[in-house]
Design a protein around this ligand. Structure first.
Ligand SMILES: [Zn+2]
Length: 318
């Protein structure tokens, strides 16, 4: 989709609950928006790309006049095979977007009227996967890097999260196995611009092996110095907000195999805290949902392997 289309789409998005009710009053309203977000207004055949299609099955599917292939509105997207109306998904997206700090599974269940917590959780988690960053620009020019432990009672259950932050700017978070050089290198390579200046604490694994050619300053600070002027204040602030969010909104109940998805949601919201607002968040989630490949509920719920962005077995040089 073009950026023009993206801009007009989110500008068009309702700003209040009342506007939302009016704008997406019917299933047809939601389908029209979905078609706009997915195909720029003109549905295309998933097999041959032809725009010569007609609507069948109550508007949920298109049949191609050229090759006869049937394309469902949601096939190949995050909402593939959903049995619920788009209107309900739009409602859900609006609910998660209007709350600055997100929403717990329990509250979401109540608001949406779901019979089970499991359904509420799986909808939330599905939408969470659409809360991914829209820009891949690495952080810079002034970046702080640090790590923090979240969740669990007692040391062994704590999970390590790598934090990189521009001074009062964007952040990136990654659930990591450890803070060895290889893991920090993978994180820095993917999240920090090559020309950036990086400030860290005195942790020994921030060195030429992990940070490569990056300009690096290690600051060992006393408590008093930190209170006066903390050299990695943005990281400390982010880590403290993250912990409060995990405990406040999610009651600390995040399982470690899902932690990265929560970190992505936090980052998505945090990086939009100043400029984007509710409207843009909701529009962005829909835009991302049409472009995200299907994710089955079974995959979501039965996921047993911790999804760490940088696991050491992937990053250790062979
Ligand atoms: Zn076709």
């Amino acid at each position: 989709m073009t950026s023009d289309n993206h801009n007009s789409l989110w500008r068009d998005f309702p700003k209040t609950a009342t506007e939302f009710e009016a704008r997406f009053a019917t299933e047809e309203d939601c389908r029209a928006y979905w078609i706009e977000a997915r195909w720029g207004g003109k549905p295309a055949c998933a097999r041959c790309g032809s725009h010569r299609v007609w609507t069948i099955r109550d508007g949920t599917t298109f049949e191609c006049a050229d090759c006869g292939h049937q394309t469902s509105l949601t096939s190949g997207t995050l909402l593939e095979k959903t049995r619920k109306p788009l209107k309900m998904w739009f409602r859900a997206i609006f609910e998660i977007s209007t709350r600055r700090t997100g929403i717990s599974g329990k509250d979401f269940q109540r608001i949406m009227g779901f019979g089970s917590y499991k359904t509420a959780w799986s909808w939330l988690h599905k939408l969470r996967t659409a809360m991914v960053r829209s820009d891949s620009d690495p952080l810079g020019p002034f970046v702080q890097a640090d790590e923090t432990l979240v969740g669990g009672k007692g040391g062994p259950n704590k999970q390590l999260v790598l934090v990189a932050s521009e001074a009062n700017g964007r952040v990136r978070l990654a659930h990591a196995d450890n803070n060895d050089e290889a893991t920090l290198k993978a994180f820095a390579d993917s999240e920090i611009a090559a020309e950036a200046h990086v400030v860290t604490d005195g942790l020994a694994s921030y060195n030429a092996k992990s940070l490569g050619q990056l300009s690096h300053e290690a600051r060992v600070q006393t408590k008093a110095e930190r209170r006066e002027h903390d050299a990695i204040q943005s990281c400390h602030w982010t880590a403290s907000l993250l912990k409060r969010w995990l405990i406040g909104t999610h009651a600390g109940a995040v399982r470690r195999q899902h932690l990265q998805a929560y970190l992505d949601e936090f980052t998505f919201r945090y990086n939009r805290r100043k400029t984007d607002g509710v409207v843009r968040i909701a529009a962005r989630v829909i835009e991302s949902a049409v472009a995200t490949r299907p994710l089955t509920m079974r995959n979501l719920i039965d996921c047993t392997r911790p999804c760490r962005r940088f696991a050491s077995e992937q990053t250790t040089p062979t």
